[in-house]
Write a protein that binds this ligand. Structure first.
Ligand SMILES: Nc1ncnc2c1ncn2[C@@H]1O[C@H](COP(=O)(O)OP(=O)(O)OP(=O)(O)O)[C@@H](O)[C@H]1O
Ligand SMILES: [Mg+2]
Length: 266
């Protein structure tokens, strides 16, 4: 049992999985940019076949945490383990090759390349055959756009292209950074359906989302991060929206989403 205290209140009641079984484990991680420390002693675990949400205000360090997990940013202290191996010193491509897929904030697609080229580039070296069928079955709209330049597609279509990578990489764990950002409600519905589909396939997910209620609905476990520190870790049902969401995310107690009116509108 671990406990965390931040500003005198938060308690981390139980770890999400027995020690040593997490697919992804961050332990005592500190990280930042230059002299600016962003993550402070972060402990976080993603168990097998689970959905874990990482929630927090703008600038709290969510993207930074995902970048440390995928190897895009080196921690200044602490350990990152993937599938039971210490990968702190491993490069992003090494982590991708063992089954970690990071869909970054801002999509991470190549706008000047065609949809097909983008998809083909997503296939990691360890995968010999390029089997696009699985991704196209998940996002049929892409099938008719294979020759289109990715940057000329709508925001929602580009996000589907970004998410299609998760089907091509054959990952064991996917990190999703605000994949619904800036999309129309109907597209957000499709994006969340595809996230649920990935979870149904048994792929573990670590998701950063602006739609709190939707994220909580999907999640087995939730972490709140505030100024680079984990301030809550537990089951979604343990979250007291009135105090915790208000304190840490600056939203009203009626279950509203960050910056949103009813959980449907961004
Ligand atoms: N490349 C960078 N160089 C310097 N500072 C950075 C850099 N990237 C992020 N930061 C700073 O690190 C802090 C955490 O940023 P981060 O992007 O991780 O937050 P976030 O929780 O993802 O926020 P948002 O909800 O707005 O996406 C912020 O203060 C941000 O200004
Ligand atoms: Mg971010």
């Amino acid at each position: 049992m671990r406990s965390v205290e931040a500003e005198g209140s938060m308690v981390l009641e139980e770890p999400p999985c027995p020690s040593g079984t997490a697919l992804l484990c961050l332990s005592g991680v500190c990280a930042g940019y230059g002299n600016v420390e962003v993550l402070r002693e972060v402990d976080l675990e993603v168990p097998p076949a689970s959905v874990v949400s990482l929630l927090g205000a703008n600038g709290a360090g969510k993207t930074t945490l995902l970048r440390v997990a995928s190897g895009l940013l080196k921690p200044t202290r602490g350990i990152v383990s993937l599938f039971g191996t210490d990968v702190t010193a491993h490069k992003p491509y090494q982590r991708a090759n063992v089954g970690l897929c990071h869909i970054p904030e801002g999509r991470g697609i190549f706008p000047a390349l065609s949809v097909r080229e983008n998809l083909e580039l997503s296939v990691p070296l360890r995968t010999r055959a390029v089997d696009l069928e699985r991704a196209l079955a998940a996002f049929p709209i892409l099938a008719g756009r294979m020759r289109q330049v990715a940057g000329s597609m709508s925001g929602g279509e580009q996000q589907m292209l970004a998410l299609a990578r998760a089907y091509l990489c054959d990952p064991r764990i996917v990190l999703l950074d605000e994949v619904s950002m800036g999309l129309a409600p109907i597209v957000v519905d499709q994006i969340f359906e595809s996230i649920r589909h990935l979870a149904d396939l048994g792929i573990s997910l670590l998701i950063v989302e602006q739609y709190l209620s939707r994220a909580l609905e999907l999640s087995n476990y939730v972490y709140l991060i505030d100024h680079g520190r984990i301030t809550f870790a537990g089951r979604p049902e343990s979250l007291d929206e009135g105090s915790i969401l208000h304190s840490y995310l600056g939203v009203d107690s009626g279950g509203q989403d960050k910056g949103a009116g009813d959980g449907k509108e961004p």
